[in-house]
Design a protein around this ligand. Structure first.
Ligand SMILES: Nc1ncnc2c1ncn2[C@@H]1O[C@H](COP(=O)(O)OP(=O)(O)OP(=O)(O)O)[C@@H](O)[C@H]1O
Ligand SMILES: [Mg+2]
Length: 246
């Protein structure tokens, strides 16, 4: 079953150059997809479209066949059952870690007690102290943002570089929690620059270059599709050009 679908999506910012140029892809249920591409390729822009933060200029973005931009109960229920983590953290600095996580949990339909219990469990798992977020380091904020994104056991989880800037131990923990959700049936879409991590974690990959999708599919099928692919780096370098200059 298709969970996420993008059809012929275009997106430009101010100067009208297409940041996303007619992109289409389908994410099937219970897959973990790694979204790969150079700096400026369009990954975060795609993620913002997927969570309904910005709007496409053309084309269609749907989750479980629901258009997120329609103002109705279906789109609200999709937003509630989706977890997300953006490239920059969206935490309240003057609240404690627990208050941040509880607030997010309740916003996604958990009762106060449920949010508190799950919050405690996640803070413990992520080895985070319950102090004001303003006193956290960058890596700690990243770990809290991740914990916040999964507090409601989301059916669909969308993550922008979830492990960039976090230490080794936390990376492993984040990976384990992603795998756990996958085992429970969730569908996960994540961007990453860490090809080794993507190889270990993802069932599928999509490569975007200069706003155009280059290849998408099951990682193992892609690896078998060309005898010159010895590893995921070979696949990546055959589709990705140089970094985009701003
Ligand atoms: N708010 C914005 N206003 C104008 N241009 C933007 C904006 N956000 C992104 N862009 C431009 O859109 C292009 C794609 O940016 P995006 O953030 O989607 O790339 P990315 O693939 O996530 O890169 P990175 O790996 O560095 O995170 C870049 O050229 C960037 O300069
Ligand atoms: Mg980005």
């Amino acid at each position: 079953m298709e969970i996420i679908e993008l059809k012929n999506v275009d997106k430009s910012y101010k100067n009208n150059d297409k940041v996303l140029d007619n992109i289409s892809f389908t994410i099937l249920k219970n897959t973990i997809t790694g979204y790969l591409g150079a700096n400026g390729a369009g990954k975060s822009t795609t993620i913002k479209l997927l969570i309904g933060l910005i709007k496409a200029d053309a084309g269609e973005v749907t989750i479980k066949r629901i258009n997120l931009y329609e103002d109705n109960n279906s789109s609200l229920s999709i937003r509630k059952s989706t977890g997300c983590m953006l490239e920059y953290d969206t935490l309240y600095l003057d609240l404690t870690a627990m208050d941040n996580i509880k607030y997010w949990g309740q916003l996604h339909g958990l009762s106060e007690d449920e949010a508190e219990d799950k919050g405690k469990e996640l803070l413990e798992k992520m080895k985070l102290k319950n102090i004001l977020v303003s006193e956290y380091s960058n890596g700690m904020k990243k770990r809290l943002s991740f914990a916040k994104s999964i507090i409601h056991n989301p059916e669909v989880l969308i993550l922008d570089e979830p492990t960039s800037g976090v230490d080794f131990e936390s990376r492993i923990l984040i990976r384990e929690l992603i795998k756990e959700l996958h085992e429970k049936g969730s569908t996960i879409f994540l961007s990453s620059h860490d090809l080794e991590e993507v190889r270990k974690l993802c069932t599928n990959i999509i490569i975007i270059d200069h706003g155009k999708i280059q290849i998408q599919g099951k990682l193992e099928d892609i690896m078998k599709s060309n005898e010159e692919y010895n590893n995921i780096e070979d696949v990546y370098t055959s589709f990705v050009g140089e970094t985009i200059e701003s």
